[in-house]
Design a protein around this ligand. Sequence first.
Ligand SMILES: Cc1cc2nc3c(=O)[nH]c(=O)nc-3n(C[C@H](O)[C@H](O)[C@H](O)COP(=O)(O)O)c2cc1C
Length: 327
Amino acid sequence: MTFPHSPFLIGPVSVPNRLVMAPLHEITDQPFRKFIREVGGVGLVVSEMISSEALVRHAVKAEKMMAATGERPLSMQVSGGRPEALAESARLCEAAGADLVDLNMGCPASNVTKGGAGSALLRDMRLAERCVTGMVKAVKIPVTVKMRAGWDASQKDRGEFLDFLKMFEAAGVQALAIHPRTRVQQYEGHADWSIIARAVAAGVPYPIIGNGDVNTREDAFRMVEETGCAAVMIGRGALTNPYLFRQILEPDLEVTTAMRIDATLRLFQILLDLLEPREALHKIKKIGAWFTKGVPGGHGFRQNLHAASDPVALMEAIDALRHQSVA
Ligand SMILES: Cc1cc2nc3c(=O)[nH]c(=O)nc-3n(C[C@H](O)[C@H](O)[C@H](O)COP(=O)(O)O)c2cc1C
């Protein structure tokens, strides 16, 4: 059985199973990636997107995003719309220890697309081609792409993504993740998995990684069955349930409330180990809110979380949640 246990190759890089943590801006930073690996089950993690323009001007914040501590394999994702900057940023990611470098061709945010980056590249195939070709030529590690189904419904309906697939093949791209919403859809509606199925049917030589709306073990198996994708990439599902990767691998794993609270605490400890306390607090406020969705007492906890002004107050909020949930 191939999914989910067996390894797969992205170029020469072996990914130990078929489960990938999606890149999430301001979330899949070094502490979160360490955390999600520790929880277990994930085969490949992808950094949050890093602006190539910020990297080439050596902006400290962007350089920090390349920090990595022995997480293998690790994909670093860059965004941008200028081939030279993307090529240089790919080189910087390779030098920083990335096993793979990914080009963001999906971000719908207007502050990204107005610079020609993210999903805006879907509107300019010639430029997209120069971007990926420049990256492939710049590094020895495999270059991958993450894309949406198109800019809008009409581009999607014309099947232009299939032309992109062929262009990626010719340019030497070694894996493609597809989040089959259009840019116009943002995060609304459903991810149209039939787009992933059509991409797989196109028979490109590199693996297609399916993404979008996988929130349960059943969703993951259904995506593979319906589309034939080589691996499944999960974003929000792993934020509400960081044990999801393990649950896909281990059908009998039951996730208790205590485990979810422990996860919140563990992530906070890792954040405190790796970041300044203020930054750790900011991050846990954001991510802890996802982790406790549906947990009894979660609403009150999120209020306490929001109000916490220092790490001690935050630990107390976690303790209170634990007591409430076992009461
Ligand atoms: C908070 C948030 C941040 C995201 N940041 C990125 C990013 O940095 N790069 C990227 O390619 N996609 C990003 N995405 C899109 C996700 O990687 C993924 O494609 C999308 O959420 C659909 O998958 P899901 O249904 O499993 O969440 C982001 C999504 C969310 C919700």
